[in-house]
Design a protein around this ligand. Structure first.
Ligand code: AHR
Length: 663
């Protein structure tokens, strides 16, 4: 540890020198088990530095069915029957047939009323009431590994139907075997009502629960009908905007300051033809063609499109960070000479988000129910594309055009500026780090030697990913916590950071580990998710200098921030990672405080477990979660014991504070 006495107030410097004197008895770099280490916190007003308001946010990628079958609450999988491709007959799975070859014939054709998604499902019932099985004949959709149907809850069903005859179609929510009906309603219409494609909307109220339900559309009436764009949404969604309440609440609890979206590799595609295209993801959901994301290898109906991502960021009170495709995919890149239409497409996307409601693209946004502009201020040009042949040429075209039209937009380059000066203009450089726990722990010092001039760093993807992470271990979270402590300390050059990936549907684990694990009805945070809770007050807080004596930087990492709640006054939050397997006796000495400490409202929170590789699971979702308790002896001098393999926060309530802050 190098202590920079020039950065300290004289009183604090003398104090630290005094502490060093005490500690030379212990030896420079190790700590005898029975000896006490000292953490000196300089809380004097003039030694603090404000952390950027944007420091900690989230990165949402459509990976692991994080969106489709994840935070987007749509329960029907392949609602438009397009997943099997545009040539018919096509595979319409996961839809499946109810009935047998003699009673029903089901297949796709191209008769749908929507220009960009022409495939529809044709159902031909060959039986009448007395001939049909008691279940009727037709189709069911099992959703994304089962629909979560909850007793007493309402579900909005919308579908498009056409028939040349009268119809009587039973719509029902059932258990996975179809034997128990949890909600039902019939669509009865004369031929003249449905001879053209007709939108039908109804509400189903569940009288029972199952995490593994399905939607059935059946009939007991001989004849042919067509179905298209079948949607089933829970009536309760996060802020009424279509997001799964339980999952997005876990994001809201992190108080993210930005949302980077929609990828990741998802933005690029293996091939450009399979990359996310924002124009295909906006407008009425029925008219969106959907697409096959070939990097993570699944179909999305694009119900979660560009508009919804902007809405999500707004609902979380976070700044959107829109990652645009700059004509570069994993395999093929558009040459810089041909890139201008892509540049125009990016400008259009910004107009969609920010333009006046009377502008060409702003009016499309307004027609979707958001006349006011979204607060889009950050554009990332590509994802991990720096080394690609046309990246730099393309980047400059995007940079110049965006800056000319929107000078206030901050642009993020894919090229790493942490060790070398970028050869192109940028407001931020994107930095990704996936590594082992031990390396991540050491990375706490990585930005100490990053250039202090030039673009700021945006660590948009970080995670421990080797075997020490398991499927989300305590150990990995400790390495990451130390890394984030390092980012706080270097937040003069690192302005934004986010863990990756955020979500995994346990039925489709394409990437491991992830912050939040879920299935149709359950979810839990991995220790890496809970570790982030310790940092949710850091953005915009004041960083106070900390010094650990003796130098134990291979075992301990600490930082301190002062932050003010809107209601409860100010807190000094001291965070310490002990990645070692021994407990540490620690004397915390706070100097320079101008406030008194209210010990009744002070608290301590610890993230640890019996074994360093412990994880949470559906069976034991709270095995490794922060445990909070009152810090009764809170004072400017405290003797504490840091548990082995732990991350601890001491939250000292300052002055008139009278309630413990939420963890
Ligand atoms: O976070 C998972 C993937 O890791 C992202 O898609 C990509 O940017 C990185 O390689």
């Amino acid at each position: 540890m190098v202590i920079d006495f020039r950065r300290m107030s004289p009183i604090i410097a003398i104090y630290v020198i005094f502490l060093i004197g005490i500690n030379t008895k212990y030896g420079a770099c190790d700590l005898d088990r029975n000896k006490t280490a000292i953490l000196a916190v300089d809380a004097s007003a003039d030694s603090g530095r404000k952390i950027p308001d944007t420091l900690f946010g989230i990165f949402f990628e459509e990976i692991n069915h994080a969106g489709a079958g994840g935070i987007w609450a749509e329960l029907v999988n392949n609602r438009g029957f397009e997943a099997g491709g545009q040539n018919t007959p096509s595979d319409f799975s996961p839809w499946a047939i109810i009935g047998n070859e003699s009673t029903v014939f089901v297949g796709t054709d191209r008769s749908a009323p929507f220009k960009r998604n022409a495939v529809a499902l044709r159902v031909q019932a060959n039986c009448d009431a007395d001939e049909c099985p008691s279940t009727g004949v037709g189709v069911y959709n099992p959703g994304f590994w089962g629909m979560n149907i909850e007793d007493g809850k309402g579900y909005k069903l919308i579908l498009y139907v056409k028939s040349l005859d009268s119809i009587n179609i039973s719509t029902s929510l059932t258990t996975s075997d179809g034997l128990q009906t949890l909600a039902t309603s019939n669509i009865v219409a004369s031929a003249s009502d449905v001879s053209n494609w007709t939108k039908v909307q109804l509400e189903l109220f569940a009288i029972g629960s199952t995490p593994n339900g399905r939607l059935q559309l059946t009939t007991n009436k001989k004849g042919v009908f067509w179905l298209d764009q079948v949607s089933l949404m829970p009536m309760d969604t996060f802020m009424g905007h279509g997001f799964r309440e339980d999952l997005v609440s876990m994001l809201a609890d992190l108080k993210p300051r930005f949302v980077r979206f929609p990828g990741g590799c998802y933005v690029e595609g293996e091939r450009l033809s399979n990359a996310f295209r924002w124009t295909a993801s906006i407008g009425p959901w029925e008219e969106r063609p959907g697409h096959y994301g070939d990097v993570w290898q699944y179909w999305t109906d694009d119900g979660l499109g560009y508009f919804e991502f902007l809405q999500l960021a707004e609902d979380l009170g976070a700044s959107p960070v829109w990652v645009i495709n700059n004509g570069v995919s994993h395999r093929i890149s558009v040459s810089t000479t041909n890139i201008l239409p892509w540049v125009q497409d990016a400008l259009n996307s910004i107009e969609f988000a920010r333009g006046d409601a009377s502008s060409t693209w702003g009016s499309v946004r307004a027609s979707m129910g958001h006349p006011d502009p979204f607060d889009l201020k950050y554009i990332a040009v590509g994802n991990e594309d720096c080394g690609k042949k046309f990246y730099r040429g393309n980047y400059l075209k995007f940079y110049n055009a965006i800056k000319e039209a929107y000078p206030d937009i901050e642009i993020i380059s894919n090229c790493d500026g942490s060790r070398t000066t970028l050869d192109h203009p940028a407001d931020y450089y994107d930095y990704h780090i996936y590594t082992s726990t031990s390396d991540m722990y050491k990375m706490k010092d990585f930005f100490n030697s990053a250039s202090r001039s030039g673009p700021k760093a945006f660590v948009s993807e970080y995670a421990v990913t080797d075997s020490s992470a398991g499927t989300g271990s305590l150990l990995a979270s400790l390495g990451e916590a130390a890394f984030l402590i390092g980012l706080e300390k270097n937040s003069d050059v690192v302005e934004m950071a986010s863990y990756a990936p955020l979500f995994v549907n346990a039925n489709d684990r394409r990437w491991n580990p992830d912050a939040i694990v879920f299935n149709s009805a359950q979810m839990y945070g991995t220790p890496s998710y809970w570790m982030q809770h310790f940092f949710k007050e850091s953005s915009g807080a004041v960083l106070n200098p900390t010094y650990i004596l003796p130098n134990l930087s291979s075992q301990l990492a600490a930082s301190a921030v002062t932050w003010k709640t809107s209601d409860y006054g100010s807190f000094l939050k001291i965070k310490i990672v002990n990645i070692g397997s021994d407990s540490v006796n620690l004397k915390i000495m706070v100097s320079g405080l101008t406030h008194t400490i209210n010990s009744l409202s002070s608290s301590t929170t610890i993230l640890t477990s019996h074994h360093v590789m412990d994880e949470n699971s559906f069976l034991n979702p709270t095995k490794v979660v922060p445990q909070k308790s009152v810090l009764t002896d809170a004072n400017t001098e405290m003797d504490v014991v840091l548990s082995p393999h732990s991350f601890t926060s001491f939250d000292l309530a300052l002055e008139q504070t009278s309630y413990a802050a939420d963890m």
